[in-house]
Design a protein around this ligand. Sequence first.
Ligand SMILES: Cc1cc2nc3c(=O)[nH]c(=O)nc-3n(C[C@H](O)[C@H](O)[C@H](O)COP(=O)(O)OP(=O)(O)OC[C@H]3O[C@@H](n4cnc5c(N)ncnc54)[C@H](O)[C@@H]3O)c2cc1C
Length: 402
Amino acid sequence: MAAGQAAIEGADVMLLEKKKMPGRKLRITGKGRCNLTNIAEVSEFIKHFGRNGKFLRQAFARFFSSDLIGFFNEIGLATKIERGGRVFPENDRAQDVADALLKWISRLNVRLHTETSINKLITSDERITGAVTDVKRAIEAEAIIIATGGLSYPLTGSTGDGYRLAESVGHTIVTTRPSLVPLETRENFPKHLVGLRLKNVNAALYIDGRKTAQEFGEMEFTDFGLDGPIILTLSRIAVDALDHGRDVEISIDLKPALDHNKLDARLLREIDQHGKMHFNNLLKELLPMQLIPTCMESVQIPPEKSAHQISSEERKRMRLWMKDFRLYISGHRSYDEAIITAGGVGLKEVNPRTMESRLIKDLYFCGEVLDLDGDTGGYNLQEAFSTGWLAGRSAAKADYNH
Ligand SMILES: Cc1cc2nc3c(=O)[nH]c(=O)nc-3n(C[C@H](O)[C@H](O)[C@H](O)COP(=O)(O)OP(=O)(O)OC[C@H]3O[C@@H](n4cnc5c(N)ncnc54)[C@H](O)[C@@H]3O)c2cc1C
């Protein structure tokens, strides 16, 4: 996006890509479908980036979701809107998004060099003058845009080079950490629940015993712990807490539509209606099959016990377990499995109106390399495209000025 926009402004643009195939990460986004953006209005959109979101106001004022959708439609990629305002290519193919961008920059005569990485920036009097590539070739440039991504899914080419480049010319790098990442549990039982997806549940995050956040939606169990949309969202806070040695727990409310009184009434009704049924069979009316052994072990009611023999104390244990199925979080997965990298090039040293470095003239940043990370839902790609648009336009104008 940055390269194409700079070319539209009349700049002579060279795009250096470390990998053989450009846009490898883009091609696997959204489980291969690419959730391009979200139609949430701007103030809502910004909230999905937490404290640093306001940095994006100017970029979004220039190029936002409707502009991005219009842009893709114009370059031949039809789009559709799905649940939660999430925008996808109409044919559900992330590959086509990357290919459409490549065709577009080729039409604009951007010179693409693949399998070429930038290893070093060259500056003179706090101004960028060029870069050195891994083939030891020095390139002169009137402006350079760093769009090297973060550290997550390193096989796609995002290996943190941009942080090292920025640091080498004096930029502050806010400590990075994996974000939107699955969480590991101390308990072993998720192993027996692999593949189980819970829909319409509420997951609350407890840090040092205090409820800090909650999310409603879908989650799943894996052989190491927890994954799925609401877990990834909670991981944005959980990882930071884990890295600071705090106690992290997740409490799952399996029946969020029923408060304690209503759930108790529901349990009583089930027990009355199925008095002769064994406890383990009764649970089939209330829980997914795969979860029943875990429940039985936790509430410690003998499986052969008839429903009408269940005491009020046992019924209370069932209710409490269903409203507060607790898991102790022992860690998080690595960058290899993180959707995004939190931290990065400090925003105080980047001009939000242009994306230009405040330290080195004619050096620009865009995308995940910046200290910006958003929720799932199309927010991160829009951030990358908007900051890319702005960096490209601004850098080309710098080109004219010299
Ligand atoms: C599995 C997965 C699914 C995702 N799904 C979604 C989604 O559906 N919607 C959404 O909004 N976000 C999604 N994201 C996040 C989104 O992909 C990123 O936020 C986005 O790709 C960041 O774009 P970027 O251009 O900054 O960096 P990247 O896409 O990481 O691109 C950086 C590029 O720079 C190249 N590079 C690195 N170092 C050098 C160097 N030294 N010299 C030359 N080239 C270099 C890399 O090879 C790479 O091609 C997903 C991420 C993952 C991992």
